[in-house]
Design a protein around this ligand. Structure first.
Ligand code: PEP
Length: 254
């Protein structure tokens, strides 16, 4: 099976409903050629999920994602979003473990494992984010750091479950900083992640997993990053808020 090449937009906490609608209208009106193995995913703020779902839910090769969900099915968890709620509006993807969630909301690898489990049990594909802070990169221990994130949040899964996970490698020092990992640095870590997956689940399973790169992906660096053999697209923040930029990023997919 050929793994999917994915351009994922992460709007974060930006835009009004009207601006969000306008951005989706602009994106849908621009020519893009998503091939059979390619997908564009839009992680929009929770209040806009239904709007995005109405505009894109029936389109091929386009999907809507939540930016987060909670680890419990339902109940007294004021302010949280459940996977059952996402199911009920047809949302099929959720971003989990973004570095901003880890940093500002103290989400641990163990807590994320619970979110991964509940998402998969409700047929929602997690886009699981991992990646090291600058200090770890400077110490040169990024491989061990990312390996622990994978182990503690994902490696309890069966391979039948794991193939329904998308991984996004996002070095924290490259997020929103304008500092992109070089395509060699990205490829090196992506190959390492795939080797870790292969070590636990075998090569055939590892080869099915899409591993996205995130960290200041722009129209002008996407082709080079995505052309690396183990880079299967990108998770894009800032540049996903500009229709022309994001369409160019979609068109840079392999
Ligand atoms: C992100 O939020 O996942 C991200 C990579 O942001 P940016 O593209 O703005 O660096």
């Amino acid at each position: 099976m050929m793994r999917k090449q994915i351009a994922a937009a992460n709007w974060k906490m930006n835009l009004s409903l009207q601006q969000g609608e306008q951005l989706i209208n602009d994106l849908l009106s621009k020519p893009h050629d998503l091939k059979e193995n390619q997908l564009a995913v839009f992680a929009v703020p929770a209040p806009y999920l239904m709007m995005a779902q109405e505009k894109m839910g029936t389109k091929n090769r386009v999907a809507v994602a939540a930016q987060n969900c909670y680890s419990k099915k339902s109940g007294a968890y004021t302010g949280e979003i459940s996977v059952e709620m996402l199911n009920s509006i047809g949302v099929k993807y959720v971003v989990l473990g973004h570095s901003e969630r880890r940093e500002y909301f103290n989400e641990s690898n163990q807590f994320l494992a619970e979110k991964i489990d509940i998402s998969l049990s409700h047929h929602i594909t997690p886009i699981f984010c991992c990646g090291e802070p600058l200090q770890i990169r400077e110490e040169g221990t990024q491989n061990a750091y990312v390996a622990a994130q994978l182990k503690e949040s994902l490696f309890h899964l069966t391979s039948a479950q794991l193939v329904n996970v998308v991984i996004a490698y996002e070095p924290i020092w490259a997020i929103g900083t304008g500092k992109t990992a070089s395509s060699d640095q990205a490829q090196e870590m992506h190959a390492f992640i795939r080797a870790e997956l292969a070590h636990v689940y075998g090569k055939e399973t590892a080869d099915q997993i899409s591993i996205l790169y995130g960290g200041s992906v722009k129209a002008n660096n996407a082709v080079e990053l995505f052309s690396q053999p183990d880079v299967d697209g990108g998770l894009v923040g800032g540049a996903s808020l500009i229709a022309d930029e994001f369409v160019a990023i979609i068109n840079a997919l392999k």
